[in-house]
Ligand binder design. Structure first.
Ligand code: FES
Length: 251
């Protein structure tokens, strides 16, 4: 079957054919190209607001492909152990394939324009720190607020939030190497999605491509109603992957 040409979100690096993720219809994510796979913990600032990521354990991706659990039931997470065949879950890929920005709301200000598509929210909460990004953007003429808006949108793992420099008419995106992260959220006592970074192409088993984006979050708890994307349900069900907790840093 001939492959559809995927749309590419503005600001996404073009990778060629080195990496890809193919989603099994009723099973795992098959990852090609050996991207780095690492835990990333959402860590709060002194005010208890989600503020930065701390790296955790790295996992082997030497297999080609490596099969990663997406049903949430594997006993060998982050890898698939075949549990999806017996588990009670709905594997259907129901997400709308229209480009994320097509159905985003925009918030305008003097120097920045914020695009927001809440369907992609994964409850990472970086946008809530130091006054919300929606409030800060009204002060984008002040450097502190401008920088905060850029920082908070760059930390949004799903790309729900995107920011445009109006003067240059250009979307700003963090520089992300093609890699995968397992989001961990100790503050909310849950594990989050598989964070796909750097424009890795994703398609289903019938070669239908999803929009290629710099920041994508795929469900790995099995409970999202917007698969393959995470819709934040992991926080409601307190999904836990049982992987290593964040190491305590010495004072
Ligand atoms: S990992 Fe977020 S909804 Fe499944």
């Amino acid at each position: 079957m001939e492959k559809e040409n995927p749309s590419i979100e503005p600001g996404t690096p073009i990778l060629g054919k080195d990496y890809s993720i193919i989603i099994d219809t009723k099973g795992p994510y098959f990852v090609y190209g050996h991207p780095r796979l690492q835990q990333e913990f959402i860590v709060p600032n002194a005010d208890g607001e989600a503020w930065e990521y701390h790296p955790g354990e790295t996992y082997n991706t030497e297999a080609e492909p490596v099969a990663l659990c997406r049903c949430g039931h594997s006993r060998t997470k982050p890898y698939c152990d075949g549990a999806h065949t017996q588990a009670d879950w709905d594997p259907r890929l129901t997400a709308d394939r229209t480009p994320l920005l097509d159905s985003a709301e925009t918030y305008d200000s003097q120097y920045l324009e914020l695009s927001d598509n809440p369907d992609y929210c994964v409850h990472a909460r970086f946008c809530m720190a130091k006054g919300t990004v929606w409030e800060q953007i009204n002060n984008s003429d002040q450097k502190e607020s401008y920088d905060l808006c850029v920082r908070e949108t760059f930390h949004c793992p799903s790309g729900r939030l995107k920011i445009k420099n109006k003067k240059e008419d250009r979307f700003l995106e963090p520089s992300l190497k093609p890699s995968l992260s397992l989001i961990e959220d100790p503050q909310e006592e849950c594990s989050g999605p598989l964070w796909v970074k750097g424009g890795i192409p994703i398609e289903d088993c019938e070669c239908n491509a999803y929009e290629i984006r710099n920041r994508v979050t795929l469900c790995r708890c099995g409970a999202s109603t917007n698969k393959p994307y995470c819709d934040g349900t992991h926080a409601t069900i307190h999904f836990k992957d049982g992987l290593k907790p964040l190491k305590k840093h010495k004072e």
